[in-house]
Design a protein around this ligand. Sequence first.
Ligand SMILES: C[S@@+](CC[C@H](N)C(=O)[O-])C[C@H]1O[C@@H](n2cnc3c(N)ncnc32)[C@H](O)[C@@H]1O
Length: 204
Amino acid sequence: MQSFTPPLVPAYVVLLHTPVTNRNGKLVTTSVTNMDIHDIARSCRTFGIKKYFLVTPIEDQHELVERILAHWRTDHSREYHPDRVEAVSLIRMARNFDEVKTAIAAENEGQHPEVVLTEARPLPNTISYAAYRKELIDRGPKSKPIAIVFGTGWGVSDVFHPEVHRILAPVYGPKDDIERGYKSYNHLSVRSAVAIILDRLFGQ
Ligand SMILES: C[S@@+](CC[C@H](N)C(=O)[O-])C[C@H]1O[C@@H](n2cnc3c(N)ncnc32)[C@H](O)[C@@H]1O
């Protein structure tokens, strides 16, 4: 695989708590989880992501996350957990996806991001990780920003699809091997999916 030479393409991670679906395919808004805040921030910092947006319209959730982030701004945290502080400093809250696009444009000379959806289900017109990684390398660090979108609940609702420019292929493990009694499975936690996908796109 080709490797990047810094600086990286301007890449952003977005975690949607709406519009996502529940187990019955119904449109819902999920709650922010503490693990998603910290673990995804650390993956973002590891792979050179510029900002990590948590999207929820729920005001209480904004207050909750701000309280958690305030803890990581204290002198004590800076002294004892500098690596964690560095990672969570990438986090930004947004009420909807328009706010994300506006924030990204504001730090990229007005350019809105190319929106890249991740999805465990096989959808038409997906691009492989190797192909998209090569595209990003060819475009170079001065190219338009990209926003890589992840879901919560049972995944990003189809109502979000009009926002999407590219869809990454699902991450798969080994294929079915019925003779040996092995059935494939690809329902990753969002934290694992972020780490795997960022490594495939930006890892050395
Ligand atoms: C459906 S949510 C599940 C959230 C769940 N509450 C959890 O355990 O984290 C997981 C998100 O991670 C990504 N994801 C999960 N499995 C994936 C796969 N096999 N390939 C690509 N993306 C995947 C997608 O963005 C998906 O919306």
